[in-house]
Ligand binder design. Structure first.
Ligand SMILES: Nc1ncnc2c1ncn2[C@@H]1O[C@H](COP(=O)(O)OP(=O)(O)OP(=O)(O)O)[C@@H](O)[C@H]1O
Length: 626
């Protein structure tokens, strides 16, 4: 495609000059001025040549445009693949939280799509314009050498102006990218489904629209300032060029009047001056585009060559199955050098085959600790080790392959139910038995089979399923708790994982489902190493070790009974929660709580489906304050 475009550029560059000279020959012959021949001799050949040149000039742009389209598609595919490969290679999360990196990424996405193709087409456009210019300048030298000189001088300020403007445009793209990103953010809130209900209920439409237009106006103001500058900077050279051309034409007509130029010479002169002007404009324009693309391409290069955000040594170890456990030694962590400490000297052991529960108030650092366990960040000080081997010496993908997690803010993928579950372990996509087993484990199988297309139902209504001929009725929206079960099924699909991390796995479940799923999870956790985070302390009481985090420190740890006996943070939190079920009228209180009879068992057997009864039963009442 590049070769085709290059050939096109050469032919398109020569065609106007050839046309001008053929026109001169034709005029000279017609005027009987051709040396050594009558006016008609050779006219047919000249006319044929002109016809071919006209045809080429007419058809070539379409062919070149098609070739450009193909080139653009090929380059876009390649550059996007390279960009997203580079992003996939970033092992941690830090870059994605860095506004500067996100700005660059936005520019990289844009310039990665456009810049390489623009550079190629602009280079070819410049070559074409240069060829035309050289041809016409040659023609002018033959007729009026001084005119070629003046045109050359007039070009200098034009080139300078365009290069300055292209540099400023590249700087403008960088300085307005935050506003552009914010504008897209507000636009997404206004047009997407995610925020639609809050936007409507709180009446945020006008407010968000105002913010969006504010960002857009800020970008427009900056662009307008540059456009005005461009007008000023480009206006003077353009005026100068027009004066030169006009003066040249006046001279040519005057010279023809005095018989110093023939009619053919006039034809070539007029074509050459106009051709030089437009070729120069084109040359400068394409050079400026290439220059600007090159400057913006820097962002693309910066993103695809950005170093990993975690230290990854040359030689890393494979990650063996967990035998003894995971150790955190004096772990300190903060999200950035200018951010407050989130974990402050955490010492913790997660013994293989045991369940460790993390509890603590909002913001205590529980989810942060999970992120360190998945090695999305490295601790600022201290270390984590897997069977005694420092996390930093392990293969990151190997480590993550051994972990199954339900994150607190798990993903709702706008894909089918099958895909939503199978994303937990991609090979399972083709293994219905594994998918249904995971779905059954979280009481989701029956829900899915009742969907319009079962496991192949799209869990979104914002896309159409092409297999249904775009029938909008087939996509469904799940409830919050059903989505939570999808996320659980996704994690359970990794049934061979060594470490199961559940960060608030049941916050959206109804009481019955929560009880049943926790029981199922307990079975699944049995003998597996797991970390469980839950604000519902009834769910964590059966953990082997309960660790209480407060302001980034481990303030207590032990079994439920030990911690209750110690009467510290955990006991206080537990009593607050248990008390919550005991307030109100005696008729509303759980029967066991009312009587104070010790109905709670370690696994918590509900005495009925009444929510209060159920939860009260799971809390038990032996430790509840009277
Ligand atoms: N990506 C981040 N960048 C900067 N600060 C963060 C980030 N994530 C969390 N924090 C901060 O770290 C602290 C601990 O947050 P974390 O999510 O670990 O708490 P948590 O114990 O899981 O809380 P919760 O019970 O509310 O889920 C909070 O003060 C929070 O603002």
């Amino acid at each position: 495609m590049v070769a085709l475009q290059a050939a096109g550029a050469v032919v398109a560059g020569i065609a106007p000059v050839a046309t001008a000279w053929l026109t001169k020959l034709a005029f000279d012959r017609l005027a009987g001025a051709a040396p050594g021949g009558g006016p008609v001799a050779g006219l047919f050949a000249i006319a044929l040549g002109l016809a071919v040149a006209t045809l080429v000039t007419a058809v070539l742009p379409q062919v070149v445009q098609y070739a450009q389209g193909e080139l653009l598609r090929a380059i876009t595919l390649r550059s996007q693949a390279t960009l997203y490969d580079a992003l996939n290679r970033l092992p941690g999360l830090a870059r994605f939280e860095d506004p500067d990196f996100r700005d660059r990424l936005q520019l990289a996405e844009q310039s990665g799509r456009q810049a390489p193709a623009q550079m190629v087409t602009s280079a070819l456009g410049s070559a074409r314009a240069l060829l035309t210019m050289v041809g016409f300048v040659g023609s002018l030298i033959a007729i009026a050498p001084w005119m070629a000189g003046i045109l050359g001088l007039a070009a200098v300020p034009v080139v300078w102006a365009e290069l300055t403007i292209s540099r400023t445009r590249a700087r403008l793209a960088r300085s307005t990218v935050q506003a552009v990103r914010r504008e897209s953010f507000y636009a997404e809130l206004l047009s997407g489904l995610r925020a639609a209900q809050e936007v409507r209920l709180f009446g945020l439409g006008r407010f968000l629209r105002g913010r969006m237009l504010g960002e857009l106006t800020a970008v427009h103001d900056a662009t307008r300032r540059l456009d005005r500058r461009e007008l000023r900077v480009q206006g003077v050279p353009a005026l100068l060029g027009a004066v030169v051309v006009a003066a040249g034409l006046v001279w040519a007509i005057h010279a023809a009047g005095q018989g110093r130029l023939g009619i053919g010479d006039i034809a070539v002169f007029v074509a050459a001056v106009a051709g030089c002007q437009s070729a120069l404009t084109e040359l400068v324009r394409t050079m400026a585009i290439a220059h600007q693309s090159l400057l913006l391409y820097d962002h693309y290069r910066a993103v695809i060559t950005s170093p990993p955000d975690l230290v990854v040594p040359e030689r890393v170890q494979a990650v063996p199955a967990l035998r003894t456990g995971i150790e955190l030694r004096d772990v300190w962590f903060r999200y950035g050098p200018d951010k407050p400490w989130v974990l402050c000297g955490v010492d913790l052991t997660i013994p293989a085959g045991r369940t460790v529960a993390l509890v603590g108030l909002n913001g205590a650092g529980k989810s942060t600790l999970v992120k360190l366990l998945c090695r999305f960040y490295d601790p600022s000080f201290g270390s984590l080790s897997w069977d005694g081997v420092d996390y930093r010496g392990l293969r990151i993908d190997g480590l993550r392959g051994r972990i199954a997690t339900v994150f607190q803010d798990f993903m709702h993928y706008e894909l089918t139910a099958r895909e939503n579950i199978a994303l937990g372990d991609l090979p399972a996509m083709q293994d219905p038995a594994r998918l249904t087993a995971a779905a059954r484990a979280v009481r989701l199988h029956d829900v899915i089979t009742r969907l319009p297309r079962g496991y192949d139902t799209l869990l979104t209504r914002t896309f159409l399923d092409q297999r249904d001929g775009g029938d909008p009725e087939t996509g469904v929206l799940l409830s919050g708790g059903q989505w939570q079960r999808i996320a659980l099924a996704r994690a359970l699909l990794r049934d061979q994982s060594d470490l199961l991390i559940l960060d608030e796995p049941s916050s959206g479940l109804d009481a019955e489902a929560e009880h049943e799923i926790h029981q199922r999870l307990r079975e699944l956790r049995d003998g597996r190493t797991s970390v469980l985070i839950s604000h519902r302390l009834s769910a964590v009481r059966t953990a082997d070790v309960i660790v209480v985090l407060s302001q980034g420190r481990v303030v207590e740890q032990g079994s439920h009974d030990t911690l209750m006996a110690a009467g510290g943070h955990y006991a206080r939190l537990f009593r607050i929660q248990a008390g919550g079920y005991r307030t109100g009228s005696p008729a509303d209180a759980p029967p066991d709580a009312r009587t104070g009879s010790p109905t709670g068992t370690p696994t918590g057997t509900p005495t009925g489906t009444h929510v209060g009864a159920h939860v009260g039963a799971r809390f038990g009442t032996t430790e509840a304050p009277r």
